[in-house]
Design a protein around this ligand. Sequence first.
Ligand code: PEP
Ligand code: MN
Length: 286
Amino acid sequence: MAELNTPYRLASKTPDKQQTVVTVRNSTIGGNELFMIAGPCAVESERQLFEIAGAVHAAGVPFLRGGAFKPRTSPYNFQGLEKEGLRLLKQASDTYGLGIITEVMDFSLLDLVYPYTDIIQVGSRNMKNYHFLKELGKTDKPILLKRGMDATVDEWLLAAEYILLGGNDQVILCERGIRTFDQSLRNTLDLGSVALVKELSHLPIVVDPSQGTGKRSVVGAMSKAAVAVGADGLMIEVHNDPDSALSDGPQSLSLDQFRKLMKELAVLSTVTGKRFKSKTLEMIDA
Ligand code: PEP
Ligand code: MN
């Protein structure tokens, strides 16, 4: 049997399982919908989050991102508002009817974050935290599994396998760029891997062109490229004042830039397999 020759027995495509469609709130990931997530890298304040959430909602985007616990390279950088950040995400969700995705940085934080989020984000740095992945296999919420910045496609799919093996079949992969010899951009967004994963696995895959490039001016181009190679969705960092952002400002789009990109994606999506929801299109046209 073909499955026995593959290292990822549950993540692989089989004749019976060609595509997983994750349904969360009124959205689907992996079906005909181009699934959008947008928001700040980190939740910084009530004013910041509500301004951004209002714009995200007005663009017809169903999901708001925002880190409350941030994995920062330096311990001297902003680490997130923690519990207050989670509370603000919930408020923004209630006000605008947005779904929430936020990172759980550690197993010890899972119970705290769980009630505040619709999708659990596993960060690049945690993709190889196998004990944590096993625990996430026991939860009943969708997991967005970011690719480790040093992970091969095999290692990434095997990480997904840990979650699937625990019984949680709602895994969404996220390509966020890998480290290569070329430092011109923060990371090298590996869109070839997106096309490959689409062949190998039935799991949905979204692309994070913000982390994947680190550079605001190329985020739009790479978003369109990601849609063209067949990504099921995009996760984009946006900020009401990117130059003052406490985290990842250089890769965050302004609200105007984001609105413009959504219009371009709506046009592009008419010729690709994935479409925006009609509600999104109405909001973009308004
Ligand atoms: C993020 O999404 O803000 C983030 C920290 O991403 P990654 O884990 O891909 O570095
Ligand atoms: Mn970020």
